[in-house]
Design a protein around this ligand. Sequence first.
Ligand SMILES: Cc1cc2nc3c(=O)[nH]c(=O)nc-3n(C[C@H](O)[C@H](O)[C@H](O)COP(=O)(O)OP(=O)(O)OC[C@H]3O[C@@H](n4cnc5c(N)ncnc54)[C@H](O)[C@@H]3O)c2cc1C
Length: 419
Amino acid sequence: MHVLVLGAGITGVTTAWYLRRAGFDVSVIDRQPAAGLETSYANGGQISVSHPEPWANPSAPLIALRWLGRSDAPLRFRPSRDPAQWRWALAFLRECLPGRTRRNTEAIASLAVYSAAQLRSLREELGLGYEFLGRGILHLFFSQREFRDAGERVEILARHGIRARLCGRGEMLAIEPALAAVADRIAGGIHAPDDESGDAFRFTQALAARCEEAGVHFYYGTRIRRLLHTGGLIDAVEVEDAAGHTGQLSAGAYVVCLGSYSPALVAPLGERLPIYPVKGYSITAPVADPARAPMVSLTDESARIVCSRLGDRLRVAGTAELNGFDTTPDPLRGQGILRWLEDRLPGAIDPAKAQLWAGLRPATPGNTPLIGKGGGVNLWYNTGHGTLGWTLACGSAAALATLMGGGRPDPRFPFLGRA
Ligand SMILES: Cc1cc2nc3c(=O)[nH]c(=O)nc-3n(C[C@H](O)[C@H](O)[C@H](O)COP(=O)(O)OP(=O)(O)OC[C@H]3O[C@@H](n4cnc5c(N)ncnc54)[C@H](O)[C@@H]3O)c2cc1C
């Protein structure tokens, strides 16, 4: 069967790979001139299996209130007239209930463990170059209050077979000597030795090249305008090229991997996807002093900032803004990340060469992606990966290929359309 994958971010490209490997005939459509140029372009680089708790958790509403009105707050909500924004915000609050948080954490953990295993075997099989580092993630806590719950987090991770342990200052410094400047301020940490980091964009491009070698056709520079359908059956996708010429592409099945733009495409079919863009920022800069730039990926739990070494560059990412589809980077946000670098890792990078980027996380209220069968006969989803699209990409795509082949994927995850 011929499958059209809509979107060539990390989700679309991994979907194309696993479907092709399962024997499907696959084509991919994207409006950009190459793969991975939107949200998958400059994310935090973490394969963060050790962070399955969603942003929506019982402490989130209070934290959000504390940050309200602060222009440098890690989370910023700019109310608009868009009803989708309000619907999403209310659904987010519902997902903060303890039972829902537990359920979402369990689903994400199960998918993340599976995904990391898929990524490992893909890396071994294909030898893809993407600045991979397998040195784990160190979660840093700068206040005793935040560190208090770290033991419980480690226990939850252990229940899912995810290795992680509490660390004191000395141990943390031994794991990552570049933390020397802040050692006396750290309250404690969690080290997850099996976590990884790497450049999601380079991975996406390298895998897209392997997909092409395996016979996948990519329609780049091709904007998807709408789905043409008869009742519940999609007949074709109406597309437009860079010169404004329109046409139609058709297949036996369609997989939506359009990130934050997924809901708008399927809304005319009566499908309401609970995905809203949550804007985030990153800075990428050449390493100035290798001894001061960490090799272990870091998550600063107090500042909600992550940091990954990508070869001779350092990537630092964070912040969350709920304010629509504008991807223009706000320089004030960039300055905030640079201040974090100057405070936590002084001298690590050359700030004059720092590149600021902003992207839209395709977030569901509970941070659980939508994977599986959509409404209608031949519509499928692999989208809504929120804060963990790089971590969950390979597992989500492998699971979707299993579902489309009529099988049952391994993760204990609420796949769509499965009894
Ligand atoms: C600041 C930041 C830091 C992050 N850090 C991490 C991290 O450390 N670890 C982690 O696991 N995740 C992280 N993420 C999340 C991760 O980057 C995303 O979940 C992931 O990139 C989403 O991939 P995607 O393929 O679904 O979306 P995208 O990469 O946005 O791909 C969607 C594609 O659809 C195409 N498209 C959209 N509309 C149309 C149309 N009408 N016609 C044609 N093509 C269209 C776009 O061109 C795009 O290529 C981070 C995100 C941000 C913003």
